[in-house]
Ligand binder design. Structure first.
Ligand code: AMP
Length: 126
């Protein structure tokens, strides 16, 4: 059983086809699409198709097949966007969890950002 999941969140609506998205890649277990408010030339969100709230929910409760599908899609996105170390200049992959992590959308997602120098790892604001 996963953590309490609110299926009215915006990524659940994207997965149900209720609102559009700019898809980059997809497999049986995960979907990758462009962030609506990009912070870098490449800013892609990778989400599992299953109902998982956060990184720790997904890591604890997803099946092996879901985890493999998700991770392989991340690698596919990095390669397709030209930011993979295999020919590209690198990227940052981050996931925010909960209140202290400043997670806005309560469906697990990994941000893959690149195409420019990403700067310091964390910039704090009060
Ligand atoms: P987080 O703070 O990690 O939960 O990030 C949520 C991200 O989702 C933000 O970077 C938003 O710009 C992005 N976002 C919100 N709504 C949409 C949408 N409809 N399509 C694509 N990205 C979105």
């Amino acid at each position: 059983m996963g953590f309490a999941y609110d299926d009215s969140n915006i990524f659940a609506k994207i997965l149900r086809g209720e609102i559009p998205n700019n898809t980059v890649a997809e497999n049986d277990h995960a979907l990758a699409f462009r962030d609506i408010s990009p912070k870098a030339p490449t800013h892609v969100l990778v989400i599992p198709k299953g109902a998982y709230v956060s990184f720790d929910d997904f890591s604890k409760n997803a099946s092996d097949a879901e985890i493999v599908g998700f991770m392989r899609l991340c690698a596919e996105v990095a390669a397709a966007e030209g930011v993979s170390l295999d020919g590209g200049n690198g990227f940052r992959a981050i996931t925010n969890a909960g209140e202290d992590g400043v997670q806005e959308v309560p469906h697990f997602h990994l941000h893959i950002m690149g195409g420019r120098m990403m700067g310091p790892m964390v910039s704090l604001r009060d």
